[in-house]
Design a protein around this ligand. Structure first.
Ligand code: G16
Length: 540
């Protein structure tokens, strides 16, 4: 059935797909316009195969039914969908690759809260399993501005709770177990035997799935296959509103896990993951591991896991992520890459075999096993490393800093600001950048300052305006950028880094160690002065 429609403003994908309030997505034609634009901008759906699934948030089920009907009406051959329309983002990426489909549609607003009054999102992934690169998202956006009609099958809903194959308008729909293929992939990468032995020896862990998609995956892999005690996984049932939680694994939102890990009788290891399962937070007993440090430790120790025994080809990080991983890459004699924020920028490096591991300060890490960041993968690699090294998280971190020095690191978020205020802060600092070099701020000399631009070393594409950075001659850095994933007002992210080579000064409190850089940021950018805020809403 052909339905006449009109372009809807603002369907521009951000850092990771199109994210809006759920009610916006539920409005007449909104989802339909975007999905039709995805098909149109990628050469049409005729004869094609796709993977479809999402993180189970409110509207996930109904949106999936709409997408299936639209794929059928657009002539797609086959769609694979997770049971009850559930798939974690990394599992979807794996299925796209495993089944060589023409791409996938992932329904998620990631770590943003879910519910009728919260957030929803749609992301298109290309046949390599990764988020569509900028050229593709631009083409989709261009199409949303000229769309005149969409196609949708006039069928009844499918029963997505039933594993097996069904037909809709001549298209085959395969409902599959969302966990099985992903769990099998993890078994090829990690030494399950060694991790099982560690759990059998009394190792205790807490995994907080935050009522989001990773629950079923973590229960199957960590409790059933690896033998962790029942109850290791908490908040393990995905709920449409994530139980009212903000499924963002950081010390602010995963505070229950933090309290337990810093409390009496803490387990040996704690971890949490986000709404769609691609983010992770790792905590040891009494020690929080920053995502930037986690990437560096994973890079330094990955060879201890069977999947990475032959070493790494290179390590990539997003620009605002601390440079800790670069120091490891240098020691290993492998390439290191600095990309803009957004997992889509890692795809070419992974496809070209230049990088094996990638990571971001925003609680994302992953490898070339899929083309998304992968929360559970990171947790399993940590478990494999702990099983091999037989040291605590604190001992591993201490040893790492002794060897490489420590990059003290933190991110300060100022959320839901009026867009004009946030833009004024950015414009103010941007205007100063050219004259900063050589200036002394808070006792530190500015070595360089610029608005980050990236030239992709594989396809030569250039992405400009990716974040304002001020680098001091002692290696300290501050970076300012606007979030591309929020749905309300603007969020300023201030990234702060200070390097201490050691052997002394490696055990300071993070915010204290960063104090001069925090002060320099306020002197240069004046965020508090401009916003009237007393401090950040979230500190990671
Ligand atoms: C997405 C992207 C990440 C990015 C993060 C934060 O993660 O995939 O690459 O680092 O957003 O982006 P921003 O700073 O623009 O808000 P996710 O987990 O939300 O898909």
């Amino acid at each position: 059935m052909r339905v006449a429609t009109r372009p809807i403003d603002g369907q521009k994908p951000g850092t990771s797909g199109l994210r809006k309030k759920t009610k916006v997505f539920m409005a007449k034609g909104y989802l339909e316009n975007f999905i039709q634009s995805v098909f149109d901008a990628t050469g049409g759906a005729t004869g094609r195969t796709y993977v479809v699934g999402g993180d189970g948030r409110y509207f996930n089920d109904r949106a999936t039914q709409t997408i299936l009907k639209m794929a059928a009406a657009n002539g797609a051959k086959r769609v694979m969908v997770g049971r009850n329309a559930l798939l974690s983002t990394p599992a979807a990426s794996h299925l796209i690759r495993l089944n060589r489909t023409d791409g996938g549609i992932i329904l998620s607003a990631s770590h943003n809260p879910g519910g009728l009054d919260e957030d929803f999102g749609v992301k298109f992934n290309t046949p390599n399993g990764g988020p569509a690169p900028e050229a593709v998202t631009e083409a989709i956006f261009a199409r949303t501005k000229e769309i005149r009609d969409y196609y949708i099958a006039d069928d009844t809903d499918l029963d997505l709770s039933r594993i097996g194959t069904q037909q809709i308008g001549g298209m085959e729909v395969s409902v599959i177990d969302p966990v099985a293929d992903y769990a099998a992939l993890m078994e090829t990468l990690f030494d399950f035997e060694a991790i099982r032995a560690m759990f059998a020896g009394g190792f205790r862990m807490r995994f907080d799935a935050m009522c989001a998609i990773t629950g079923p995956y973590a229960r199957e892999i960590i409790e059933t296959r690896l033998g962790a005690a029942p109850g290791t996984v908490v908040n393990g049932t995905p709920l449409p509103d994530f139980g009212g939680m903000h499924p963002d694994p950081n010390p602010t939102w995963a505070h229950a896990l933090m309290d337990e890990m810093f409390g009496p009788d803490a387990p040996d290891f704690g971890a949490a993951s986000d709404g769609d399962g691609d983010r992770n937070m790792v905590v040891g007993r009494g020690i929080y591991v920053s995502p930037s440090d986690s990437l560096a430790v994973l890079a330094a120790n990955a060879h201890l896991a069977p999947g990475y025994r032959d070493g790494l080809k290179g390590v990539a990080r997003s620009m605002p992520t601390s440079t800790a991983a670069d120091r490891v890459a240098e020691a290993l004699g492998i390439g290191s890459y600095e990309t803009p924020t957004g997992w889509k920028f890692f795809g070419n490096l992974l496809d070209a075999g230049r990088a094996t591991l990638c990571g971001e300060e925003s609680f994302g890490a992953g490898s070339d096993h899929v083309r998304e960041k992968d929360g559970l993968w990171a947790v399993l690699l940590w478990l494999n490393i702990l099983a091999e090294r037989k040291e605590s998280v604190a001992e591993i971190m201490g040893g790492h800093w002794q060897r490489f020095g420590r990059n003290y690191y933190s991110r300060h978020d100022y959320e839901a600001l009026p867009v004009a205020v946030a833009n004024a802060v950015m414009d103010g600092l941007r205007a100063k950048l050219g004259a900063l070099s050589g200036q002394v701020v808070e006792g530190m000399t500015v070595g360089s300052a610029d608005d980050f631009a990236y030239e992709d070393p594989v396809d030569g594409s250039v992405s400009r305006g990716q974040g304002l950075r001020v680098v001091f001659t002692d290696g300290s850095r501050l970076v300012l950028r606007l979030s591309g994933t929020g749905t309300e007002g603007a969020t300023i992210r201030l990234y702060l880094e200070r390097y201490v080579p050691g052997p002394d000064g490696l055990d300071a409190e993070v915010q204290e160690a960063l104090a001069p850089v925090i002060r320099a940021a306020e002197t240069l950018a004046g965020i508090r002065a401009a916003t009237g805020r007393e401090g950040p809403d979230v500190i990671t």
